[in-house]
Design a protein around this ligand. Sequence first.
Ligand SMILES: Cc1cc2nc3c(=O)[nH]c(=O)nc-3n(C[C@H](O)[C@H](O)[C@H](O)COP(=O)(O)O)c2cc1C
Length: 172
Amino acid sequence: MAKIGIFVGSSGGVTLGAAEKLKELFEDASLINMEEDYEDLEQFEEFDVLLIGSSTWGQGDPQRDWIDPLYEMENEKPDLSGKYVAFFGAGDQVTHGEHFVSALAKMKDVFTKLGADTEYGYTSTKGYEYKFSLAQRDGKFCGLAIDNINQEDLTNERVLNWAKQLKKEMGI
Ligand SMILES: Cc1cc2nc3c(=O)[nH]c(=O)nc-3n(C[C@H](O)[C@H](O)[C@H](O)COP(=O)(O)O)c2cc1C
């Protein structure tokens, strides 16, 4: 059985809430809160599937607990080939619609460069209204976009559907 690691950086708890839901939906998955549980890059090696969560801050940047690990990844270049990776995270399409959930794309680019297979979990942009997002690739989000500030009522369903989609796409 595939070993699944859910790594999450969340300042206000929204992306963490989604991560906790994913942990329920993927039995035996491990949840690694980047603030409390992350130690070093070797933790990624323990898993076949990585679900990478981060909210977006600043000018479309990953949440603060991801800054050092991403920097280490770019420098130490761990080999992530063979790993299936998908991205999820919260943003705010109204107040921060100029960079809605852009962190998903910045994180995806780092993992892709290290050889990970990151073409999983793309979702439709239908039902969202924003000006710009780095995470929009080929007309889709390159992961799961959550907006608990403006569309809280849709969050649970979005997470459930995404988990179903990943199970199918990854065969897990
Ligand atoms: C100062 C500040 C900057 C933000 N920048 C962005 C942004 O660039 N893009 C975006 O989609 N959301 C942005 N947000 C919204 C947060 O991502 C949103 O509140 C999210 O729900 C936080 O998720 P978390 O609780 O998992 O950290 C910003 C919020 C604040 C307060």
